[in-house]
Design a protein around this ligand. Structure first.
Ligand code: NZQ
Ligand code: ZN
Length: 380
């Protein structure tokens, strides 16, 4: 096994009726004024916003607000929030929402100290500090609530890029899975597909890392069976909770321990797809691209793909497993072909170019522009 470091400083507060703790969490950390960041309004209609602001008021925490973060969040919103943060003077950022809101908050936390936050995504500057980050998660998918990554779209430049830095770990995150009952069904599925993808990005480079591989198999089986249960009963609290925790563990460092940094080609390809068309949900894109990538690269780690076929899908061959995976996504009413997302076929070459603008993708098999285009065609 290779040597590795494991580090995760985020404190998690998990469970029903935990959102009301945010005021005392912030005041306990010595903060009196925060920037509250939210998305397009779901937190107002499902009662989360009221719980958060009631808690802030009772702890005498002042807040300024930045709302309207869209899915596949944009640099322009980050810049707007940074300007507000500088104008009003804040001590911490509080994200209330899904991965898009949390990633925006992370970029703001770093960006208030930088002339041009995009330079951090371009990896042209070293991050030396950030405002403290607190999150209340409303959609289990990205694990951004417990990791040190942020993904932002620079729309004008056609770049959807991520950055990773230890300063981006939230200090405290609250997950009340019951607030995810208001999710539209497809968002529950998208979240689960993203979490599965995070595990698979690591899993398929595995060889002898039995502990992490076995944890990852347990996480994948749990995610699949919890979505199956939620499809029958969307109000099933235990399944929401188990899905939420599995999604957090899927990308908080645990699932990658020893697995050489993972592969991440599918994420690179998907980010290019949702950069091309921001209406594409990240998880939906991954549910289409991952099976196509598996078809293309499985010969590069035949044993591990055979293990996946057996362990997760009870299949003798990887080809059968890929078909079973697509059938499962269809059963969940998800899409299995890029054409179903209304991506024009004549855009695939440009999407492949964009995905590889910083060089080849992946580690299991290094993928150049032509390889990526072939995978996109398999996914079409
Ligand atoms: O904007 P609102 O009105 O809040 O609605 C959101 C949004 O439309 C809605 N939603 C969230 N919680 C809800 C809810 N609707 C009803 N009830 C609730 N409880 O869901 C929609 C999608 O939200 P979004 O935050 O965009 O989804 P997700 O959490 O999947 O985040 C996706 C973004 O994160 C990036 C993706 O690329 C994408 O930009 N990623 C971030 C990562 C990270 N930071 O580690 C890793 C991932 O691989 C990923 O790249
Ligand atoms: Zn992802």
């Amino acid at each position: 096994m290779i040597n590795y470091n494991f580090f995760n400083p985020t404190k998690m507060i998990f469970g029903e009726n935990t959102i009301g703790q945010i005021g005392s969490v912030l005041s306990g950390a010595g903060h009196k004024k925060v920037l509250l960041i939210i998305g397009g309004g779901s937190v107002k209609s499902n009662g989360v916003y009221a719980k958060v602001t009631d808690s802030l008021k009772s702890a005498n925490i002042e807040w300024s607000e930045c709302s309207g973060v869209r899915a596949n969040p944009e640099l322009s919103k980050v810049q707007e929030a940074i300007a507000l943060a500088r104008e009003v003077g804040i001590e911490a950022v509080l994200a209330v929402g899904g991965g898009s809101v949390i990633d925006t908050a992370k970029a703001v936390a770093v960006g208030v100290y930088l002339d041009d936050v995009w330079q951090a995504f371009e990896r042209k500057i070293t991050i030396t500090r950030a405002l403290p980050i607190f999150t209340i998660l409303t959609l289990s998918a990205t694990a951004s609530e417990m990791n040190s990554n942020a993904v932002i779209s620079h729309t004008e430049a056609g770049k959807k890029w991520g950055m990773g830095n230890p300063f981006l770990f939230p200090q405290v995150s609250i997950i009340d899975p019951s607030v995810q009952q208001s999710l539209p069904w497809e968002q529950t599925v998208n979240g689960a597909l993203d979490a599965l993808a995070h595990i698979m990005e690591f899993y398929f480079v595995g060889t002898v890392e039995e502990t992490t591989i076995a944890i990852n198999e347990a996480l994948m089986k749990t995610i699949i069976s919890m979505v199956d249960k939620l499809q029958v009963n969307p109000k099933d609290e235990a399944s929401r909770a188990n899905l939420a925790w599995a999604a957090t563990l899927a990308l908080n460092g645990i699932s990658g321990a020893g697995l050489k940094g993972g592969d991440w080609a599918c994420h690179g390809i998907e980010h290019s797809v949702s950069s091309y068309d921001a209406k594409v949900a990240h998880g939906a894109g991954l549910g289409i691209i991952f099976p196509a990538w598996m078809e293309y690269v499985h010969a590069n780690n035949e044993l591990q793909f055979a293990r996946f076929a057996q362990s997760i899908w009870q299949c003798d061959t990887i080809e059968q497993a890929i078909e079973k995976m697509r059938a499962k996504i269809k059963q969940w009413q998800g899409q299995t072909k890029l054409r179903e997302l209304n991506i024009p076929e004549n855009s695939l070459a440009a999407i492949a170019e964009n995905a590889t603008m910083r060089g080849s993708l992946g580690s299991l098999k290094k993928l150049g522009t032509e390889d990526v285009e072939k995978i996109l065609r398999l996914a079409y």
